[in-house]
Ligand binder design. Structure first.
Ligand code: ADP
Ligand code: MG
Length: 310
């Protein structure tokens, strides 16, 4: 392809909301053999909604939700935002003990004051309330902290996960007190795009920090056979490298901070435009419309531009 052809293709991309950072990235996309998709916020809408909240130890529901929301208040994670929204709604609109609909002036005035908050990537959050530890997150978080998960709780979580939901466990004072279920629907075009890639001879893969059961349920829904789950943030780049081992050209599509090492490691990194700045910086392509169809647009554009010299 001539420099002019590359310039034209870059312009065509830009007109379709596909920003391409340079001619090398444009050229590599035609040879992509695997496209690795992040799950949350990439294949899914990233608009998580709490569908279930169950307290197991007889704690009052409003109290349980307030405790969980207090722990998550400082987290930037989409799951945390979903929990805050749900608990806030319950507190102000459903709970008869709520006295007023205003928030005491401050953003989170209705919540408990927690201390020593820490976000634990790939696991959840930890903080303290009146000297007692609060843990909100996945099984791994509970296991690492020696929290006992009863059969009743485990069965409840399994049921959520088999219906493609993420189960979030809550421990207070080192006792497991409840579980939340969070749903995050697939993007509308996701299945069509996966099918389209397969027809083009490209193999789609899904990688996620979420648990295996939820990951498999989502992958099945979208039509992806190859799934890597329970991958810690640093591990996503290793997944990219594992597909590159035989010399294959690999694309990674992601939106989160935890996707940026993988976006950088991939031969073709594609960031969702609505994603975090760090992901956008690490990528070669930015999909400004946040539409997965543009993964196909990008590969097509490259194939058409470099067709003659193949
Ligand atoms: P993904 O790769 O799907 O974007 P993450 O690496 O961000 O996932 O998180 C992996 C898992 O860690 C989540 O599915 C959840 O179980 C747990 N987790 C992470 N952050 C939080 C949080 N703030 N609250 C509850 N759980 C969390
Ligand atoms: Mg994500």
């Amino acid at each position: 392809a001539t420099p002019t052809a590359v310039m034209v293709a870059t312009g065509v991309g830009a007109n379709n909301g596909v920003l391409i950072k340079g001619g090398d990235a444009l050229e590599r996309a035609q040879m992509v053999k695997y496209v690795i998709f992040d799950k949350t916020g990439t294949l899914t809408q990233g608009k998580a909604t709490v569908t279930t909240a169950k307290a197991f130890t007889g704690m009052e529901r409003g109290e349980f939700l307030k405790l969980v929301a207090s722990a998550e208040a400082s987290s930037e994670h989409p799951l945390a935002k979903a929990i805050l929204a749900y608990a806030r709604h319950f507190h102000f609109f459903d709970d008869s003990s709520a006295t007023t609909g205003t928030e005491n002036g401050s953003k989170f005035g209705w919540l408990f004051d927690v201390s020593d908050f820490s976000a634990l990537p790939g696991r959840g959050v930890q903080c303290f309330l009146d000297g007692k530890r609060v843990l909100v997150g996945n099984r791994k978080l509970m296991m690492e902290n020696g929290i006992d998960i009863s059969t009743e709780v485990e069965n409840f979580v399994v049921e959520l996960e088999e219906s493609a939901k993420t189960g979030i466990l809550v421990a207070y004072d080192d006792i497991l007190i409840g579980v939340l279920g969070v749903a995050d629907p697939l993007k509308r075009e996701a299945s069509v795009v996966i099918e389209g890639l397969q027809k083009m001879g490209v193999t789609p893969v899904m990688v996620t920090g979420d648990n295996w059961r939820t990951a498999r349920a989502v992958a099945k829904e979208v039509g992806i056979q190859d799934v890597r789950a329970e991958v810690m943030p640093a591990g996503k780049a290793d997944v990219v490298h594992s597909f590159q081992k035989d010399g294959s050209i690999v694309a990674m599509v992601g939106d989160g901070i935890n996707d940026s090492p993988a976006l950088a490691a991939a031969d073709v990194g594609m960031a969702i435009g609505a994603g975090t700045d760090i992901a956008i910086e690490a990528a070669d392509y930015v999909l400004m419309r946040n539409n997965l169809e543009d993964v196909i647009t990008a590969i097509d554009l490259s194939r058409k531009t470099f067709f003659r010299i193949r």
